[in-house]
Ligand binder design. Sequence first.
Ligand SMILES: Cc1ncc(COP(=O)(O)O)c(C=O)c1O
Length: 392
Amino acid sequence: MTKYNFDKPVNRRNTGSVKWDAIPEDALPFWVADMDFEAAPAIKNALAERVEHGIFGYTLVDDSYYDALISWFSRRHQWTIQREWVIYTTGVVPAISCAIKALTLPGEKVLVQTPVYNCFFSSIRNQGCEIVGNQLVRTGDTYTIDWDDFETKCADEKTTVFLLCNPHNPAGRVWTSDELARMGEICAKHRVRVVSDEIHCELVMPGVTFTPFAAVNEVNSDNSVTFNSPSKNFNIAGLQIANIICKDEEMHRRIDRVVNIYEVCDVNSFGPIALKAAYNESEDWLDELNLYIADNYKLLKEYMAEHLPKTEVIKLEGTYLVWVDISKLGLTTKEATRRLLKEGKVFVSSGTLYGEKAGEGYLRINLACTRAMLREGLQRMEKVLGGTEQMG
Ligand SMILES: Cc1ncc(COP(=O)(O)O)c(C=O)c1O
């Protein structure tokens, strides 16, 4: 028996939703990382109570906020965070920009593992830094790391930061403790700071374990800063609350200063309330959500294998963003996404957004919707791409 109903459709049109209202009205959205599920009841109740109070002045983040955060990571990921390591802010992307600003000089290089979340590119460029790609290696239906290339790029004295994505969007990997230790060792050896975006950390498939980079060993915790938020995991991205967690005092001081200079140090009245309700009261909701997403992934995989056999679905260990190889269909990614929208009325993300080279031949599909919508979307995709399969 399940407690929560993720099959319940919610009309999000005309609610100021980026996912739904920024695309044509007759199209179904499978793009931006935002879920179509109502937030957990504890979050809705806590917010309703706060609204009822009726005054929304400047917000003080109190002890109960830190307690909720620290207790969650200790319980769920065996990671002991000290309160003085934490800086709260409005979002992970602003936090990444602040960290790059704080830890680099203009003209230095920031390493990323492509294909990777597109805002990484703008965060790096906007701070006047250069993007360096350690392209992930497609190995069967998953991705691995080219370690020689990783080390060569870290050894370049102009490389000062490695921007890690764990779980990896869009490659679907949840990096193992061994992989994280090896990344950490190479970065420490070459004095490259690790900036770890762990925003998708709760969204893992059954049987997969997420390990925070900083929790692996002291080498990692002393040389890194981690970003986290309940926003993706609990579908509260619009409430804009995130945390920067950094043990090293000097890095912490420099990042805190930039967070203040960039004026992203004040959060709204609702973010901390939602974070506490999520971490203190919504664990069972999250566990059920992950099972629902796992079933959606299974549906997509089976559907594609049967109806679009020339596509290959990449193994999903974490996130709800599935990466699909369409390179054998005989059309470019740009053409595929254009036709999917125009002829099929489905909006998916083009792989090239995540790296021109590493993403060509791929689509990213957001699975965090009702099963009925996913089924409808798959049928629409088949109508467009199925034709190309026969031609190709
Ligand atoms: C890896 C990753 N980091 C950060 C974000 C966005 O973070 P925020 O909304 O807190 O700025 C996303 C959203 O898709 C993401 O996938």
